[in-house]
Design a protein around this ligand. Structure first.
Ligand SMILES: Nc1ncnc2c1ncn2[C@@H]1O[C@H](COP(=O)(O)OP(=O)(O)OP(=O)(O)O)[C@@H](O)[C@H]1O
Ligand SMILES: [Mg+2]
Length: 219
């Protein structure tokens, strides 16, 4: 199963979602995380460096905390510019074959890499934040999903209550992740926040959000 995390708006929590969902799912499944953002947010969140080489998509991975992480590399920029969506979709599907679940982190745009990641997906998850521009982005994403004949599940990040919008291809879940400094502390250390809190806190605060998200996504 391929789960793509998408939102063309920057800084809404795509990487945070992809990283923590992968970590939580890896407790019970054979999970890989494919970093399709040339900026490499998921790569650094697992303490790795972006590859300076031009690799093929899905050709190099490292196992960290039981998640098979495919780091960002220079080949992603080339694929983005080449614009061969079908080729990228095929590479994603080929990569997914070895795992129960492949989670994909995407860049903040709707270019080749993001569109191919949506087309290849069995499930699409979209974090949304409660600012007006972010809501506008959700409406634009809805249009793009309709044109691709795809559906997405949205949830609210950085908020104490869940947003609900009536859109045709985006279904809003009653799940909201509050602001927490744990995410920032963990990302400085290059570990998923859900891993960090296991070590740091007696009672984890964040894992249940991602477990709930995982449960709904796998339904
Ligand atoms: N619930 C939260 N509480 C506190 N900080 C958060 C939360 N969610 C995300 N952040 C922080 O906000 C920043 C942006 O989050 P993240 O990198 O996940 O967004 P993104 O959508 O992947 O951004 P980009 O589009 O630039 O790739 C990061 O520093 C992250 O640690
Ligand atoms: Mg990101």
């Amino acid at each position: 199963m391929i789960i793509t995390v998408i939102n063309q708006k920057g800084g809404v929590g795509k990487t945070t979602t992809a990283v923590n969902l992968s970590y939580v799912l890896s407790k019970s499944k054979n999970v890989a995380l494919l970093d399709m953002d040339p900026e490499g947010g998921s790569t650094t969140s697992f303490g790795m460096k972006r590859e300076k080489k031009e690799l093929e998509i899905g050709s190099k991975s490292v196992n960290i905390f039981n998640v098979e992480v495919f780091p960002a590399h220079l080949g992603l920029l080339k694929a983005e510019l080449n614009g061969d969506v079908e080729d990228v979709v095929n590479k994603i599907k080929e990569t997914a074959k070895d795992f129960d679940i492949l989670v994909i982190d995407t860049p903040p745009n709707l270019g080749t890499l993001a569109v191919a990641s949506m087309i290849a997906a069995d499930k699409i998850l979209s974090p949304v934040t409660p600012q007006p521009l972010a809501l506008e982005a959700a409406k634009n994403l809805d249009g793009r999903l309709q044109s691709l004949n795809k559906k997405a599940l949205a949830f609210t990040n950085l908020s104490n209550k869940a947003i609900s919008l009536e859109l045709s291809s985006v279904q809003f879940l009653n799940i909201h992740i509050p602001q927490s400094r744990l995410f920032i502390e963990a990302s400085r250390l290059g570990v998923p926040a859900t891993r960090y809190e296991e070590v740091r806190l007696k009672k984890p605060k964040l894992s249940h959000f991602f477990e709930e998200l995982a449960k709904v996504t796998l339904e």
